[in-house]
Design a binder for this molecule. Structure first.
Ligand SMILES: C[S@@+](CC[C@H](N)C(=O)[O-])C[C@H]1O[C@@H](n2cnc3c(N)ncnc32)[C@H](O)[C@@H]1O
Length: 224
């Protein structure tokens, strides 16, 4: 009991946020709450991204690029790019607690607070690769649209989404249900949603119900 009180206080958000009708409040509450555990599992999470990393490296030239990771969490996905030879990697998140864990785990990467729906202070075309891992399935379609639009705006080469595709293992289904995520609709419609922003899209299946969706950013008229 004492421990629970401590957790809720340290989270700075009451349990009522979990039951909030506002999905953003709920997501912040959940990720602030689980950040210390997530932080400890960071190395393990990153090792689970090995196959995705090799598929990524086979298909996209990462060496020497600038990368922005949206909804970076504890920085495990951002670290994949750093280790694959990216010149500069930056991660953003709207959970301060996740960012604190990320800074502890990956001192070589820059992390700062930003809401993915409104990437203020980031210029158009600022990064060569703009990526996110297991973020978009958690949001509703209208919110995904805003996030994808911002990702496309700040990217100048690729938008890379690492997320669910195909059959989802039962344990993950339960966790997604608790999070009240939109993963079922995400899997059904996301490839089409990408087509609103990109003429060329690719999907590379990684396995265990996950994959990498890529949108190729067209050169904007003003840059030609
Ligand atoms: C499931 S975690 C994934 C973390 C990391 N990308 C990974 O793959 O290990 C989702 C993360 O996205 C963040 N997030 C969700 N919606 C966001 C938003 N609108 N803006 C910024 N971060 C967001 C959460 O705070 C959380 O850290």
């Amino acid at each position: 009991m004492t421990q629970n009180i401590f957790i809720y206080q340290s989270n700075n958000m009451g349990i009522n946020h979990y039951f909030s009708a506002d999905p953003e409040k709920r997501a912040k509450f959940i990720f602030n709450l689980i950040a210390p555990i997530y932080g400890r599992l960071d190395k393990y999470v990153e090792s689970g991204f090995e196959k995705a990393k090799s598929i990524l490296k086979e298909n996209i030239d990462i060496k020497g690029t600038t990368v922005l990771d949206i909804g970076t969490g504890t920085g495990a996905w951002a670290s994949v790019y750093s280790k694959a030879g990216a010149k500069k990697v930056t991660g953003v998140d709207f959970s301060e607690k996740m960012l604190a864990e990320a800074r502890k785990n990956h001192p070589n990467i820059d992390f700062f607070y930003s809401d993915a729906k409104n990437l203020t202070n980031i210029d158009d075309n600022q990064y060569e690769i703009v990526t996110s891992s297991f973020v978009l399935h958690g949001t509703k379609r209208a919110e995904r649209k805003k996030i994808l639009s911002e990702m496309e705006r700040v990217s100048r080469k690729y938008v890379v989404i690492h997320d669910f595709v195909g059959k989802t293992p039962i344990v993950i289904k339960i966790l997604e249900w608790l999070e009240r995520s939109d993963f079922v609709n995400f899997k059904r419609t996301f490839r089409d949603e990408m087509k609103d922003f990109f003429n060329h899209t690719f999907l590379f299946k990684v396995g265990k119900g996950t994959g990498i969706y890529v949108g190729v950013v067209e050169q904007r008229a003003e840059d030609k």
